[in-house]
Ligand binder design. Structure first.
Ligand code: AMP
Ligand code: ZN
Length: 489
């Protein structure tokens, strides 16, 4: 049944950029206080890389923002563990079966390994678990049912290798991508000769006799597996209803995957629009402007950040410094500088914490502090303006007129949405603080800078000098830690 209840405005206005209208629109939820959000999850044939994780940090920030605005959010994310072929145009091998061949394990083992590693990376990056994380392989009946509905509504045809969706029957097919049908078809690669039109896509693929697939199921059309796009239409509508509020993903999904999701869902359920706000995160790029990609084989993960001795949340901090709709550059040097800046931010907050602890008496809430909090909330509410919110936080921390307690309150407001665990880090750093003389602190900072330049010789010399002076320096994910030798022994 299509939804009819009236829209509800949030308490403070939220503005979101809607890919469908190519404009920033006031966010109006479909039903009172509740928001449904669907995020296209990872294809678990390999580790997710930091580019993928940027897209999930973006959707996590969005969900945190909605919750901070007192919405009850139902966040659903899928796990693609079958059906995603090496080409988005329904050609090539199933990525899961390729992963199995690469590692000499079963496709099921590959899916389990990389789903677990994805969840571990989410934990390292403080990405809140979605309310529902659903695997495509566990929703085969829902997918078959949707293909049956499309068949009953007259949108499908059969070829030798599967059941296809006829995109010429949808008048506004491709409206999300803003390409006219001919334009859209001309950007698609020439696909299986049997397809009637280039933009048509597989709903169900038959297992090939010579293929010996590990993942296959019986269906009314024959043994096979679902096309990649149908899983998102079937699971999103199963968990969130025929129409829901927000759908997120990376920008590469606009022309094919999300255009196909719209065509399938609206023509199976008869309800339009399937989704009211389409939101897309831009790419993480390497320095040569190429996007970070799994297929390229060389990519960084949250695990590699930890292996290099950095706080994985320094990557989340780096993401906060770019707007999600802009491309973001990645190199280890960029991340190392972000790690230093992040460490300084945590140390500043720890110092404020120490000041707050040493001041007696409660402070009444200051108007100025409150005004910073409102400005920060508004910056986030303005289409996830994380760079602006971060700048406001820095101004508040530097504002000498603000009481330390007011500053800590502002940090909490900011971090509720940014998810950088700032108070946790500050509590840790401010606990039993050790303060070295300023010249020793300076030597330690010089050593840290040398390490970041990979000037190991200078870094070692500076460590020896510190040791001669009676100080020990250790490197932790929070940055360097100084202690006096007599205190550690
Ligand atoms: P996949 O696991 O390939 O299905 O991709 C998972 C998510 O990551 C999708 O939403 C993609 O759009 C997104 N994505 C892929 N590459 C990048 C990248 N370099 N930067 C940001 N997001 C990406
Ligand atoms: Zn999807």
């Amino acid at each position: 049944m299509c939804l009819e209840s009236g829209p509800v405005m949030p308490r403070r206005p939220i503005y979101l950029f809607n890919t469908m209208s190519r404009s920033t629109e006031p966010f109006v939820s479909m039903s009172e206080d509740r928001v449904g959000v669907y995020t296209c999850g990872p294809t678990v044939y390999n580790n997710a890389h930091l580019g993928n994780m940027r897209t999930y940090i973006f959707s996590d920030t969005l969900v945190r923002l909605l919750r901070a605005n007192e919405f009850i959010v139902n966040h659903v994310m899928n796990i693609t563990d079958v059906g995603h072929l090496t080409s988005d145009a329904d050609e090539g091998e199933d990525k899961m079966e390729l992963g199995a061949a690469r590692e000499g394990r079963t496709a099921w083992q590959i899916a389990e390994t990389y789903e677990n590693s994805f969840i571990e990376q989410c934990e390292l990056l403080n990405i809140v678990s979605p309310n529902t994380l659903c695997r495509a392989t566990e929703h085969i009946p829902q997918q078959i049912r949707m293909v049956e509905q499309l068949e009953a509504n007259g949108f499908t045809y059969r070829t030798e290798d599967g059941i296809y969706f006829d995109t010429t029957l949808v008048a506004d097919y491709g409206r999300l991508a803003r390409l006219d049908k001919d334009g859209l078809r001309s950007v698609m690669r020439v696909a299986a000769a049997e397809k009637r039109n280039k933009t048509d896509f597989a709903l169900w693929k038959f297992s090939r006799a010579d293929e010996n697939r590990q993942m296959e199921w019986p269906s009314p059309w024959g043994v096979g597996f679902p096309g990649w796009h149908i899983e998102c239409s079937a699971m999103s509508t199963f968990y969130l209803g025929d129409q829901f509020d927000i759908h997120t993903g990376g920008i590469d999904h606009i022309p094919v995957h999300h255009s196909n999701e719209i065509a399938q869902s609206e023509n199976a359920t008869g309800c339009a629009p399937f989704v009211r706000y389409w939101m897309h995160g831009n790419f993480l790029q390497m320095e040569n402007d190429e996007r970070m990609a799994k297929s390229k084989g060389t990519f960084a993960t949250a695990f590699s950040v930890v292996e290099r001795g950095m706080d994985p949340l320094a990557y989340r901090f780096l993401c906060m410094k770019s707007h999600y709709r802009n491309t973001m550059k990645f190199s280890w040097e960029i991340l190392e500088s972000a790690n230093v800046a992040f460490r300084r931010l945590k140390q500043t907050i720890a110092d404020i914490q120490i000041q707050a602890n040493s001041q007696t008496g409660a402070v009444s809430k200051s108007d100025k502090g409150h005004s910073y909090e409102e400005k920060i909330s508004d910056a986030f509410n303005n289409d996830l303006g994380t760079p602006a919110a971060l700048t406001l936080l820095q101004s508040a921390l530097n504002d000498e007129q603000l009481h330390p307690n007011a500053k800590l309150q502002i940090v909490e407001t900011f971090d509720h949405i940014a998810g950088l665990k700032l108070m946790e880090a500050a509590n840790m750093l401010s606990y039993a603080p050790f303060s070295a003389p300023s010249e020793i602190q300076e030597l330690a900072e010089l050593r840290q800078d040398a390490r970041l330049r990979r000037d190991w010789k200078t870094a070692d010399e500076l460590r020896s000098r510190l040791s001669e002076e009676g100080y020990i320096v250790e490197d932790t994910p929070e940055g360097f830690k100084l202690s006096a030798r007599d205190k550690v022994q």
